[in-house]
Design a protein around this ligand. Structure first.
Ligand code: KG4
Ligand code: ZN
Length: 346
C-alpha cells in the first residue's frame, strides 16, 4: 500500500483502446465515475462487416488525444491532479493496444503521474463494482465479449481461478458471425438481440455443445456451423428464412449453454454472488435468464448497465485503482500483450 493513501482521494484516468472503442474516464476512489467518454468506431467498421485492425489503429491515433482531454475536462481535473493513469495493455488487437499504451506512457512520463497496467478482461469484471458499491469478492463471474468467454471464480482483488473458457469462438464472435450470415450486419449482438424479440426461440433446435473433459468450458463454433447449414438447406430447398426465428433460436442456444455452465460452476464453488460482464452482458435474454437462475438459487445477481458492459475507460480506471493500492506501478518499458491471460486455469 502506498503511504498516505488512506486519507487522500484517489483520481484515476483509465484509457482503453484494445479493439474498436477509443475510451477514457476519470474515476474517484475506485468506484465513483467523474467522466466516461467513449468514441465508438462502429460506423467505420460496419462498412467492412467487422473490425479492420489497421483502420482501428489509425482511428485510435486520430481520437485518443481528444477523448482523454474530454474525460479530464468533464471531471474538472488537470493531468497533474491525477493519482495514476491506468491503461489496457492486453488482451486485444496489437496495433490498437499499442496506441493506448504509447499514449499513456507519454502522458505519464510528461506529467510524472504513475502508470498502471490493466488486463482488459479484468476491467470488464470490475465494471460491476462501479454501480454496486457494496460488491466485494469472492464471487462467480461470467465474462462474455467479442473476444472472450470466461467463467471465473474471483477469489479476491486480482485473484482469479478460471473454471472454463471457450475452446473456439467467443460468445460475441458467434453473435457477430451468425448476424452476418442472416444479413443483419455488424455488430451482430445488438441486432440479433432485437430481431430475436419477434421470433420463436423454440422454432429451430440448434445444438447445445458440451466440451469433453471440462463441464465448465464452452464451444460455439459447432453452433455457428449448424446455423450456416440450416441457412444453406433453406436456400437449396427454396424455403424462405424467418430471420427472427433463426435469431431467437440461435440466441436461446447460446443463453442455455452460458447459463447452464455458469450455474454449475457457481454451485460447485458455493458462490453467494454472481456477476455478468463484457459486451454480450448487454444481451436482454442472457440478463433475464441469469437473473432468474440466480434468484432460484438464492444468489445475488449483478450486471453493469449496458454503457459499462461495452468497452470503456471507467472499468479500466476501476481495475487500475486496486492495482495502484497494491503499489503495482508499471515501468515506461510497458508493452502491449495481445494474448494476455487472466488468472490460473483450474
Ligand atoms: O466487450 P466488448 O465491447 O468488446 C470486446 O472486448 O470484445 O464486446 C463486444 C461484443 C460484440 O461481439 C457484440 O456483438 C457483443 O459484444 N454484443 C452483444 C450485445 N451487445 C454487444 N451480444 C449480444 N447481445 C447484445 N445485446
Ligand atoms: Zn471488451
Amino acid at each position: 500500500m502506498i503511504a498516505d493513501m488512506e486519507d487522500k482521494d484517489i483520481y484515476i484516468l483509465g484509457i482503453e483502446s484494445s479493439c474498436d472503442e477509443t475510451a477514457a474516464a476519470v474515476v474517484k476512489n475506485g468506484r465513483e465515475v467523474l467522466s466516461n467518454v467513449i468514441y465508438s468506431q462502429i460506423s467505420t467498421h460496419t462498412l467492412y462487416g467487422g473490425v479492420v485492425p489497421e483502420i482501428a489503429s489509425r482511428k485510435h491515433i486520430e481520437k485518443i488525444d481528444q477523448v482523454v482531454n474530454e474525460a479530464l475536462r468533464q471531471a474538472g481535473l488537470k493531468v497533474k491532479e491525477l493519482s495514476a493513469i491506468g491503461v489496457t495493455y492486453g488482451p486485444g488487437l496489437v496495433g490498437p493496444l499499442l496506441v493506448g499504451v504509447s499514449f499513456a506512457k507519454a502522458y505519464s512520463f510528461a506529467s510524472g503521474v504513475p502508470l498502471v497496467a490493466v488486463n482488459h478482461i479484468e476491467g470488464h469484471i470490475y465494471a460491476n463494482f462501479i454501480e454496486n458499491k457494496e460488491l466485494e469478492p469472492p464471487f462467480m463471474c461470467l465474462i462474455v465479449s467479442g473476444g472472450h468467454t470466461h467463467l471465473v471464480n474471483m477469489k479476491d482483488y486480482g485473484e482469479y481461478e478460471i473454471l472454463g473458457r471457450t475452446m473456439d469462438d467467443a460468445a460475441g464472435e458467434s453473435f457477430d458471425k451468425v448476424a452476418r450470415a442472416i444479413g443483419l450486419g455488424y455488430p451482430g449482438g445488438p441486432k440479433i438481440d432485437n430481431e430475436a424479440k419477434q421470433g420463436d426461440p423454440e422454432s429451430i433446435i440448434f445444438p447445445r455443445a458440451k466440451v469433453a473433459g471440462n463441464e465448465y468450458a464452452f464451444s460455439f463454433s459447432g453452433l455457428k456451423s449448424s446455423v450456416l447449414n440450416y441457412l444453406n438447406s433453406c436456400r437449396m430447398n427454396s424455403t424462405p428464412v424467418n430471420k427472427a426465428d433463426v435469431a431467437a433460436s440461435f440466441q436461446a442456444a447460446v443463453v442455455d449453454v452460458l447459463a447452464d455452465n455458469a450455474m454449475k460452476g457457481a454451485e460447485s464453488c458455493g458462490a453467494k454472488r454472481f456477476a455478468l460482464a463484457g459486451g454480450v452482458a448487454s444481451n436482454s435474454a442472457l440478463r433475464l435468464r441469469l437473473e432468474q437462475e440466480c434468484k432460484k438459487r438464492g444468489m445475488e445477481f449483478y450486471v453493469p448497465s449496458p454503457i459499462l458492459c461495452t468497452d470503456n475507460g471507467a472499468m479500466i480506471a476501476c481495475a487500475a485503482y486496486y492495482e495502484f493500492k497494491k503499489g503495482k506501478i508499471a515501468g515506461l518499458d510497458l508493452n502491449a500483450v495481445p494474448a494476455l491471460k487472466l488468472g490460473t486455469e483450474l
